[in-house]
Each structure stands twice: as C-alpha cells, then as structure tokens.
Write a protein that binds this ligand. Sequence first.
Ligand code: AP5
Length: 259
Amino acid sequence: MSVLDLRRLTGVARQQALRLILIGPPGAGKGTQAAVLKDRYALAHISTGDMLREEVRRQSPLGLQAKTLMAAGRLVPDALILDMMAQRLQQPDVSRGFLLDGFPRSRAQAEALVSRLAAHNQPLHSVVQLDLQDEEIVRRLCLRRSCPACGRVYHLQSNAPIAAGYCDADGSALVHREDDNEATIRTRLAVFHEQTEPVIEFFRSVGLLQRVDASLPIEHVEHLIERLVQGALTKTSPLRTSRRLTAGKTRSLGRAVPR
Ligand code: AP5
C-alpha cells in the first residue's frame, strides 16, 4: 500500500455518499447496529456473513465450499471472499454509500479493499470498532436467535421478540445459527484475535478507527455511533501514517491502483 493509497483512503470524504465499516468480534452487535444505520443513511448494507449464508442456502459452488468452514467458525478463504466482494461492490446501490459488516477481517482483505477504494476515489468516513469482552460474547451468542427471512436478530433475554420464537417484523419462525454454540463461538473468537485484530490496528494507525463500548445497551451504542458518524461526516480525517499494512498484495478487488 503506498502513501498515495492511504492519502486517498483517509482524505476528506468529498462525496455525499457515506462509507462506513463496522468491525468487531462476533456477537459485538454489528448486525444489530447495521440495521439501524442502513435505514438512517440509506446505505447498501454489505454483510459478508449474510451473503455467505445465502450462498449456502442456495447450495451454490461458493456456498458448498463455505458451509463447513462457517459451521466450524473458520474464515472462508480470502480468494473466495474477494471474488464475491468484487462483484458486490460493482452493484449500482453501492454508489449511494455503503456499510461493510464483517469485511475486511484479514490482512489480505483489508489490503484489497484499500486498493479498491483508492482506485475509485472513495475515501472511508469511519471505521467503527464495536469492542466487547469474550465472555460477554459467549453469553450473547448462545442466546441469539435470527430471522431467516429478514435477518433481524434477537436475544432471548435482552432483546426478545414479542411472540416467543417468531420475528416481530414478518412473523417468520426464528432460528438458532449453527455456529452459535459455545465451542464454535470460542473458535470464532480465536480467529478474530488472530486475524482481524491486526486489521483493527491498521485502521487505528491511519486515524480512521473510532471505538465504541459495545457492552452498553443497544440504544446507547446506537447513540454513540450516530455521534461518531456525524463527526466523521464533517471533519477532515488526517493522514497520520504511511506505514504499510503488509509487504505485498495477493489479490485485488477490481482494477489496479494507479501508482
Ligand atoms: P458473520 O455472520 O459476519 O458473523 P460474526 O462476525 O461472527 O458476527 P455475528 O453475526 O455473529 O455478530 P454481530 O456482531 O453481527 O452481532 P449481532 O448484532 O447479531 O460471519 C459468519 C461466518 O461467515 C464467519 O465465522 C466466517 O466463517 C464467514 N465469514 C463472514 N465474513 C467473512 C469474511 N469477510 N472472510 C472470511 N469469512 C467470512 O448481536 C449478537 C447478539 O447480541 C444478538 O442476540 C443481539 O440481540 C445481541 N445484542 C446486540 N447488541 C447488544 C447490546 N448492545 N446489548 C445486549 N445485547 C446485544
């Protein structure tokens, strides 16, 4: 990644379209907060987890490759994720702004994203880190239930549906995700600490990271994120470092970055 890439990544976001990343461990509340943000700012909500679950449901070639890894709490290989995201980021709705949820979560994915955004002159406004302790994550995910139709998430204690077992929004029967068992949650946490924390450090080093205490109640977290987003929309993000994230690039998301 060159200094030019970073300058483009962290420079003043001139366009109106808001571009955000929600990053954090599994169960920190990314999906919960994304549901609010996408409506408030009319953003394309791009969740790699949701996209992969849809591929699994359709039994596509990608879904068949991803299924076992997801069930085990392992990351799907970067090459597959980057191909999927290259296609998704070409969709017309992305031009009005986007919210990335669950991507990037490895160095290679971050590198590819930075290159693509620089090439398309699409600086990020903010990377919001939802920070939460491992033990609270285990508690949250073991009691999470999700709507297979609209994706809305619930918690059996802190965020229960009105009618037990059914989605408030569309009445679908709620499901317990296959990877929401304690053993798999702990594997997902280990993968997060090993592979995604360096990505968080990278965004911190370039001055884009904004941390939120995700242990607070949902509405409180929502309020804190809203304040950060409003601040990011009005302020210039300075270039704080030219440090490289990685020595070399493996894959890209679209056309090459002009040097
Ligand atoms: P993905 O679907 O992205 O899962 P994740 O990152 O593990 O995140 P979750 O969806 O589990 O949690 P969340 O942070 O959205 O929390 P939520 O809002 O639901 O990925 C799944 C798998 O796909 C991966 O393991 C991997 O295999 C693969 N994959 C996906 N992306 C990939 C990529 N880029 N590269 C490679 N592989 C990839 O909230 C959780 C619970 O807490 C809910 O019950 C909710 O009601 C509750 N809650 C939320 N906020 C609060 C709060 N403030 N207080 C109390 N409870 C709360």
